[in-house]
Design a protein around this ligand. Structure first.
Ligand SMILES: NC(=O)C1=CN([C@@H]2O[C@H](COP(=O)(O)OP(=O)(O)OC[C@H]3O[C@@H](n4cnc5c(N)ncnc54)[C@H](OP(=O)(O)O)[C@@H]3O)[C@@H](O)[C@H]2O)C=CC1
Ligand SMILES: Nc1nc(=O)c2c([nH]1)NC[C@@H]1CN(c3ccc(C(=O)N[C@@H](CCC(=O)O)C(=O)O)cc3)C=[N+]21
Ligand SMILES: [Mg+2]
Length: 284
């Protein structure tokens, strides 16, 4: 079997084209959606990501601002800046690029963002809303993965979904979204003794481990949908997912590539959340 590739760039383009019309409608009412991205320090990978986010906003007519701050910015100064952005009506979404320099408490920083501007979906209020099934911003990467399943016609209801990874920004919210969609969900992590055996039972397998080619062909059920969240930079500079794509594509039914899979969908759902934040604000 050769898996069908799930083209994240194509789905992203389709969704963004639709969003552009909604952005234009809001702009016509004087509510151009605005995203502010805060980058503290000079991490080179982060520089690339934040530039891509800002470009993606501009491409669909949103107003985006990138604020660079020095690596030694004090926590008090960062919190004060977030509070100013919380109070600024032209800013609908606030994203603080992670990781932050070690001297800054990332949890405290994220909790300082107003929940109605938390377009990353990382605030405790957003996490709590997701947990209890109330409306709130969903974390962009798992949200994008759900959109990919929808796009290929894969309804998780009644399926066994296995998520490898339990981080607060990917693995855990991914599992909650799949559960909400009535999948039977298994979450694996570094203390799971029989991970390969569990993975092999998955109709939907999500890899969010952060280890290049962690998921090998023997861990995949024939015909499974495999979503590869991993973004790993190899020594030669190339990007590589958490799935051994070349081997797994001969077993899976569907598979996302890296690059060109989940990554572009993460940015797309960030735009979606920012659009929603602006729509909510415009209707109040
Ligand atoms: N495509 C995109 O848009 C995005 C991609 N990413 C990428 O996704 C990957 C995961 O990100 P993130 O969730 O933040 O990573 P974290 O490092 O926060 O979490 C990794 C998870 O994988 C688990 N894990 C690590 N090693 C093993 C192992 N040997 N066996 C089983 N489980 C293991 C960890 O288990 P434990 O909890 O027990 O330590 C942890 O739960 C990274 O490659 C990251 O770059 C992240 C965000 C967005
Ligand atoms: N507050 C915060 N929110 C985030 O959402 C966030 C973050 N911090 N810190 C870093 C991670 C990582 N992340 C990616 C998003 C898109 C791609 C992406 O579009 N990747 C392209 C390739 C890009 C390239 O070539 O480097 C692709 O997969 O096709 C990758 C990684 C968001 N993150
Ligand atoms: Mg992490």
């Amino acid at each position: 079997m050769t898996a069908q590739p799930i083209d994240g760039n194509a789905l992203a383009a389709k969704l963004r084209a639709h969003m552009a019309t909604e952005v234009a409608a809001l702009a016509a009412q004087g509510h151009t959606p605005g995203l502010t991205v805060l980058l503290v320090g000079e991490d080179p990978a982060s520089q690339v990501y934040v530039r891509n986010k800002v470009k993606a906003c501009e491409a669909i007519g949103m107003a985006s601002r990138l604020e660079r701050h020095p690596a030694d910015m004090s926590e008090a100064a960062l919190l004060a800046r977030i509070q100013e952005l919380n109070a600024d009506p032209s800013v609908h979404g606030i994203l603080v690029q992670l990781p932050l320099p070690k001297h800054l408490n990332a949890d405290l920083v994220i909790e300082t963002i107003a929940p109605e501007k938390d377009v990353d979906g990382f605030h405790i209020a957003s996490a709590g809303a997701l947990m209890v099934g109330q409306p709130g911003f969903k974390p962009c990467t798992p949200y994008g993965c759900m959109k990919m399943l929808e796009d290929i016609g894969c309804n998780p209801r009644g399926k066994h979904a296995v998520v490898i990874g339990r981080s607060n920004i990917v693995g855990k919210p991914m599992a909650l979204l799949l559960l909400q969609a009535s999948a039977t969900v298994t979450i694996c992590h570094s203390a799971t003794p029989n991970l390969a055996e569990l993975a092999r039972q998955a109709d939907i397998l999500v890899a969010a481990v952060g280890r290049p080619r962690f998921v090998t062909a023997d861990m995949v059920k024939p015909g499974a949908v495999v979503l590869d969240v991993g973004i790993n930079r190899l020594p030669d500079g190339k990007l590589c997912g958490d799935v051994d794509f070349d081997a797994v594509k001969d077993v899976a039914g569907w598979i996302t590539p890296v690059p060109g899979g989940v990554g572009p969908m993460t940015i797309t759902m960030l735009l979606q959340n920012t659009l929603e934040a602006a729509q909510r604000r415009a209707s109040t």
